[in-house]
Ligand binder design. Structure first.
Ligand code: 13P
Ligand code: SF4
Length: 342
């Protein structure tokens, strides 16, 4: 691996002026949401990250909730949890930097045991992943013998290892229907499970986990938005409460929502999900007006440009999974990836 030229001197080719010149084309992408006065704060880190990616033979995978300067300026692959898992399985680079939360980095590691997987902040967790342990799953299996366990990808590797198959918001229906049984445990998101029960007609036994971002949306909020913006299209994530989902025009994963906007080009839309989604979608579709009662995910927001730069400079924080856990968890993820999309 080549030695790294970290740091920069203001005024030199490696300094801010050089970084601004080399990143000017990237500013063009994000100028609708990042004021010019803020760009110099980002330019040096973006410039350094692009160089470090080449030097380290690294690739950046970023979730749809990452901020625009990450999503549009340093990411090589962007998407929802399913896209990131699928793409992680195909990555050629030696190093994967996962700009998202810890379970996403763990999934990338499960699919790439020989590669180095870095997460810029080890504390980037998830209220759903934190809501259930492997011991909880073992107890549920005792209570419901023979009932298959579907683990949402928003879980630890230990929980995945105790499960039969994983799912994401992008394929949950296909995964549940692929099992061909009348009764399924779907863990840990209670709302996703209840929404799936309505969608599939399968009896779903839920756990009591909640996404701290999506549980805050209310049906009254949707009615207020519709009253203030007649004709608006309401898109919701399936982690929202069932009464919110019932009032939405369309329900899907973050990627499905983004694709819907690209396909249907509604004049005005509200995305009932994390705030950076609206920024990223508005850059991709400037003709669509985004109305923004959104909620921030504090875990996703732990990932910043300076932390991505440090991750590549120092090769930290490396994500590891215990071997015995990894082989069982990988089986659940690979079984999910083999399910045909609906
Ligand atoms: P998606 O897989 O739909 O991107 O959802 C991930 C997530 O954490 C939503 O809160
Ligand atoms: Fe977890 Fe919710 Fe944040 Fe997604 S938005 S990472 S489900 S807390």
């Amino acid at each position: 691996m080549s030695s790294l030229s970290v740091g920069s001197t203001p005024g030199s080719a490696n300094g801010l002026a050089g970084a601004l010149a080399r990143t000017a084309h990237l500013y063009e992408r994000v100028k609708a949401v990042i004021p010019p006065i803020e760009w110099p704060v980002f330019a040096s880190d973006i410039d350094a990250i692009l160089r470090l990616k080449r030097e380290r033979n690294a690739i950046v995978l970023a979730h749809n909730y990452q901020t625009p300067e990450i999503f549009h300026c340093v990411a090589d692959i962007v998407g929802d949890s399913l896209v990131l898992a699928r793409e992680a399985a195909r990555v050629d680079a030696a190093v994967i930097v996962l700009c998202g939360v810890h379970f996403m980095a763990e999934t990338a590691k499960l699919l790439n045991p020989e590669k180095t997987v870095l997460i810029p902040d080890l504390e980037a967790g998830c209220s759903l992943a934190a809501s259930i342990t492997a011991a909880d799953v073992r107890l549920l299996r005792e209570r419901y013998p023979g009932v298959p366990v579907v683990a949402y990808v928003n879980t630890s590797a230990e929980v995945k290892a105790e499960s039969d198959i994983c799912c994401t918001s992008g394929n949950a229906r296909a995964v549940v229907e692929s099992l061909g049984v009348p009764r399924v445990l779907v863990l840990p998101d209670e709302y996703l499970a209840r929404n799936l029960a309505v969608e599939t007609g399968v009896e779903i036994i839920p756990w009591h986990g909640r996404c701290e971002v999506h549980e805050r949306f209310t049906a009254a909020e949707i009615r207020d938005v519709r009253a203030a913006h007649p004709g608006i299209t309401v898109l919701a994530h399936p982690e929202c409460p069932p009464e919110v989902v019932a009032e939405a025009d369309y329900v899907g994963s973050t990627q499905a929502m983004s694709d819907y906007v690209g396909r249907r080009r509604p004049a005005r839309v509200v995305l009932l999900t994390e705030c950076s989604m609206s920024d990223n979608v508005s850059i991709q579709h400037p003709e669509v007006a985004l109305v923004r009662p959104c909620n921030l995910c504090p875990h996703m927001k732990r990932i910043t440009l300076p932390k991505i730069r440090t991750a590549l400079e120092t090769m930290r924080h490396e994500v590891t999974v215990d071997r015995a856990v990894a082989s069982r968890a990988r089986h659940a993820v690979e079984r999910m990836l083999a399910v045909k999309p609906r």
